[in-house]
Design a protein. Sequence first.
Length: 199
Amino acid sequence: MRLTAKQVLWLKVLLHLAAFLPFLWLFWAGSQGYFSADPAKDIQHFTGRMALKLLLATLLVSPLARYAKQPLLIRTRRMLGLWCFAWATLHLTCYALLELGINNLSLLGQEVVSRPYLTLGLASWLILLALAVTSVQIMQRKLGPRWQKLHNFVYLVAILAPIHYLWSVKILSPQPVIYAILAIALLAWRYKKFRLWFR
């Protein structure tokens, strides 16, 4: 049984809530002192993980719609992608303000150059920025065939972002490894598309 447009609308409402409510929890957890002795680092990791979760959810939409024969699920992909960008922007902002401090924002460029994992993170954010800016229909019409080529760069983000996470943690734990495995699985799901590209 295929989903109706109304059911997909309610699904989008639920996904909006799932993407927004963690933002409220972040403020509540901070006010209740639920973070560790280094709350700045905890907040950075939380926002980064949310961006990564939404990135993986975005990549899941197409194969899920195809194999489950639910074409209307594609309508949720743009929304998830924009939420991914929003959380990635919050992640970058938290690093700049909480880690460097508002008086040391001039050090951001130096930090990005000197720390390779930050270089990967910033590259991922810049790609997401380009995808978010061009996600509207008017840009899709203007770019024509180039639009799809540009948005294929989301696969590069799916490679860079998990590496950024793995590289950023001082002690390797299962969580970043799991995200990396999920990203690899979602990319492997598209092996036919990549095989055509290489041909």
